[in-house]
Design a protein around this ligand. Structure first.
Ligand SMILES: [Fe+2]
Ligand SMILES: [Fe+2]
Length: 297
């Protein structure tokens, strides 16, 4: 079969070699990009002013799901997910997946920030400056995802209990020595891009007849993807050749743990075949808007 995919170039693959002699120039360019996209980080509050504005706009949307979801069913399944529960409609399942991805990310960000905040608080090198902003972007991802519940008249504020597989991944990122930190982080960022892109492609199968709701959900995922490809590019830039090899092999393993970390994904169709497809997934498979608005060098 002839592939219809465009060829990958060094600057269009998550795994391509980076020009290590250009590392500082790429990081400077990324820092400038982050400031254009987010506004200047307030180091005291962790606030990114342009992201606050973008989030306010999304949350002010009057769009509402035309059907009805029950808060009690949501709370019950949020606390104890059961793929065969009679109350689990497809509409509720997709919203639960958004909220659980959010909760998993929030948990990870909290642990990694707590550990690195203590360890790296006085570092001012280019990579540390990027990490400072990227971690705050992750905070916005949690708010972007959980904000999707507004469209459904649902409050997503239940207590989240991370699965053991997620705890292992997050603690390995948080406590890894620097040499391993970027490959492990790269792996989880690359798998995150795959997962959000897969979820984005699933949105059109839900809430049929409500294109505005589909668009609003897709836009939330798109904003996250735009950030995440920058995070992938950043980790690729700072890793070096051995780190990049390790990062790829860790990513291939990490994708196999996603349904252990978020079982809602399995119910949504994230199965072995989807896991296998990750091996061929790359930058070119992302939507045009993500590729054109994101930073990928
Ligand atoms: Fe994220
Ligand atoms: Fe990220």
């Amino acid at each position: 079969m002839v592939s219809t995919r465009s060829p990958l170039t060094a600057s269009s693959s998550f795994y391509a070699a980076a020009d290590d002699s250009q590392r500082d120039a790429v990081l400077e360019a990324y820092i400038a990009y982050l400031e254009r996209r987010n506004g200047r980080l307030d180091p005291k509050t962790g606030t990114l002013p342009l992201r606050e504005a973008s989030l306010d706009k999304m949350n002010a949307s009057p769009i509402r799901f035309a059907g009805k979801l029950s808060q009690a069913d949501f709370d019950q399944l949020y606390a104890n997910f059961a793929p065969k529960a009679p109350a689990l409609t497809p509409e509720l399942l997709l919203l639960l997946t958004f909220c659980k991805m959010n909760a998993g990310e929030a948990y990870g960000v909290r642990i990694v920030k707590a550990v690195h905040g203590r360890r790296d608080k006085d570092r001012t090198d280019l990579a540390s400056r990027v990490i400072l902003v990227a971690q705050e972007e992750e905070e916005y991802h949690t708010r972007i995802l959980v904000g999707a519940a507004h469209y459904f008249g649902i409050r997503a504020d239940g207590v989240y209990h991370p699965k053991p597989a997620l705890k292992v991944l997050i603690h390995s990122i948080a406590y890894a020595p620097r040499l391993l930190f970027h490959p492990i982080l790269f792996a989880s960022e690359a798998v995150g891009v795959y997962l959000f892109n897969w979820t984005l492609n699933r949105v059109s199968a839900f809430y049929k007849g409500q294109p505005e709701l589909q668009d609003a959900l897709a836009q939330r995922l798109t904003e996250i993807l735009i950030d995440e490809i920058g995070h992938v590019a950043f980790n690729r830039t700072v890793m070096g050749p051995r780190g990049r090899r390790l990062g790829r092999s860790l990513a291939l393993q990490t994708v196999r743990g996603m349904t252990l970390m978020t079982p809602e994904l399995a119910a949504l169709g994230f199965d072995r075949a989807v896991e296998r497809d990750f091996a061929a997934f790359d930058f070119r498979d992302l939507p045009q808007e993500v590729r054109s608005r994101g930073f990928f060098a």
